[in-house]
Design a protein around this ligand. Structure first.
Ligand SMILES: Nc1ncnc2c1ncn2[C@@H]1O[C@H](COP(=O)(O)OP(=O)(O)OP(=O)(O)O)[C@@H](O)[C@H]1O
Ligand SMILES: [Mg+2]
Length: 235
């Protein structure tokens, strides 16, 4: 579904990817790696926010740069920082945004957003000002805004980061139930248990790629080794 062929990306003056190639077809894929490894950058290329300087990025064969104009509901991305995603002042308007992008009239989109919130027991959130929500609640709204639109490919960039434990459990269950292809970047490796595939990115390169448990164990072992080396360094 998502294909990167020899993609090269620099952000500002920082080189991030130098010829990255990946074919991502599995239903549940995890993306892990240190801060700055390139997880968010990969997602930004996949939804067309950042264009590779060379190489190609396609979703279902469509160049990522054309997704917004040609198939706005092909890819839904939940940003690492909710404030980068949220556009509108109220919850119902934010949820309606993606629905209007698929051609729904604004009034119908708002009605659908309200009905969706009601199915989640969140009727009271419909007219809430986003600015009145906590960080975790805003992150939850971002997830709902993706879910209500049902895009074919869902990219979740550290979606658990601000969620409380019930919120994490709910999102974990939502992910397990969703019919779509979902790619999740996270530092909470437990949430990737049972995934079809996990990719460990290390400074813009694929360090390991395979079964979820194997790749997470390799990453944990490497982190333990580096932490031990750091602790042994004289200061
Ligand atoms: N807006 C930006 N301008 C310039 N360089 C950037 C920008 N955002 C990220 N970078 C650089 O791009 C590289 C990859 O960053 P990216 O945000 O993709 O990492 P990440 O794996 O998502 O990290 P994290 O776990 O902290 O979210 C890093 O070297 C980072 O410093
Ligand atoms: Mg990131």
């Amino acid at each position: 579904m998502l294909t990167l062929s020899n993609a090269t990306l620099a952000r500002g003056t920082t080189p991030v990817f130098d010829g990255l190639s990946l074919q991502l077809n599995e239903r549940r894929i995890g993306l892990i790696g240190d801060n700055g490894a390139g997880k968010s950058s990969l997602f930004r290329m996949a939804c067309g926010l950042d264009a590779p300087q060379s190489g190609t990025v396609t979703v279902q064969g469509l160049p990522a740069s054309r997704i917004n104009a040609q198939r706005p509901n092909l890819v839904g991305m939940m940003f690492q920082n909710p404030d980068d995603q949220i556009v509108f002042p109220t919850v119902q308007e934010e949820l309606a945004l993606g629905l209007t992008a698929t051609g729904l009239h604004r009034r119908d989109a708002i009605a659908q957003a309200r009905a969706f919130l009601a199915t989640r027991g969140l009727d009271a959130w419909a007219e809430r000002a986003i600015s009145s929500l906590s960080q975790g609640q805003r992150q939850h709204v971002c997830w709902l805004a993706i879910l209500v639109c049902q895009p074919a490919l869902i990219l979740l960039d550290e979606p658990f980061a601000s969620l409380d434990l019930p919120g994490q459990a709910l999102l974990h269950a939502d992910i397990a139930q969703a019919a779509q292809q979902i790619i999740v970047s996270t530092h909470v490796l437990e949430h990737l248990r049972g995934f079809d595939r996990v990719i460990w990115l290390d400074r813009g390169r694929v360090r390991a790629d395979g079964a979820a448990d194997d790749v997470c164990d390799q990453y944990r072992a490497d982190v333990a080794k580096r932490t031990a080396a750091h602790a042994a360094t004289p200061r």
